[in-house]
Design a protein around this ligand. Structure first.
Ligand SMILES: [Zn+2]
Length: 293
């Protein structure tokens, strides 16, 4: 799933490609893809696109008339230039057609969703987007929290840290891959109780959220589109069974000759280095855990 770095780089691409554009047409291709009915999404037709922004993992197309199209890509969604504008695009959900796009820009953008989840979609929202679904209740951006704000948030979450980091009402913008990478970087167990971290662990977690998100965003900015998670640089994510890339001068101390381990859940996998993150302990990977969040 695209997380905050991928969505951030993408809204920057869209901002460049659509500066000064006006919405000429909004075409709903799959009706299940529009998650709201009032205001109508095509109330934005004829108005200027003021900005393309990001909030957590959502893209925001902000139009005049105080109307915003909020887009979530979920697992397999993509929003791409659509030079062909075919009548029945494969996996198509919705299409935006603009006029007055910059020179050599593509006027149409198509939202598609591959796979079977059918959850990607568009919300048309008038007014304060933060106070209405789907953004209502979203926590602050993970990488915008001060160290003490992060500490205060974690103190209220007496459960496994990996799940806490992925809970958008607690901290927003992070998903499975970033949670794996951040915890590795910080040298903290994915099963650590978030409310019981030491001051030193909170320091390391705060620093690694910042550095991992920044590095991932820098990488995404070098690409032309949101890629696949298997192609994103990682130190533990998607590296089960591979030698750990831990360095001698990093928090776990000492060079690492361990192997990346996993805890398998029904819909995702937790990756970690035992030497670096759990004091060498291999985390339980029993059948019961497949049914927990
Ligand atoms: Zn290691």
């Amino acid at each position: 799933m695209p997380e905050m770095p991928e969505v951030q780089a993408h809204v920057e691409r869209m901002t460049d490609a659509l500066a000064g554009a006006t919405l000429e047409r909004f075409q709903l291709i799959n009706f299940a893809g529009l998650k709201t009915f009032d205001p109508p999404a095509d109330a934005a037709v004829g108005t200027k696109l003021l900005a393309v922004e990001r909030r957590a993992k959502y893209l925001l197309l902000r139009f005049e008339n105080d109307l915003t199209h909020v887009v979530h890509l979920m697992q397999g969604g993509r929003l791409r230039p659509d030079p062909k504008q075919s009548k029945k695009p494969r996996n198509g959900i919705a299409r935006w057609v603009f006029t007055d796009v910059p020179d050599d820009g593509v006027p149409a953008w198509l939202l598609t969703e591959a796979g079977t989840e059918r959850k990607a979609g568009v919300w048309a929202v008038r007014g304060d987007v933060e106070a209405q679904p789907p953004l209502e209740g979203l926590a602050p951006e993970a990488d915008q929290l001060s160290r003490d704000e992060l500490a205060a948030i974690l103190a209220r979450q007496s459960r496994r840290l990996h799940g806490v980091l992925r809970t958008q009402s607690v901290v927003s913008g992070l998903g499975r891959m970033l949670a794996n990478e951040i915890l590795f970087e910080a040298g903290i167990s994915p099963f650590a109780n978030a409310a019981k971290l030491t001051d030193d662990e909170v320091d390391r977690l705060h620093a690694s959220i910042g550095s991992v998100v920044a590095a991932a965003t820098d990488h995404e900015r070098t690409l032309d589109d949101i890629g696949k998670s298997v192609d994103r640089p990682s130190k533990v994510h998607n590296r089960a069974g591979e030698p750990c890339l831990g360095m001698a001068d990093e928090p776990c101390g000492g060079s690492c000759d361990d192997t990346i381990r996993t805890v398998e859940y029904r819909k995702y996998t937790v990756y970690y280095c035992p030497s670096r993150q759990t004091g060498g302990k291999v985390l339980a990977d029993n059948t019961t855990s497949k049914f927990l969040k």
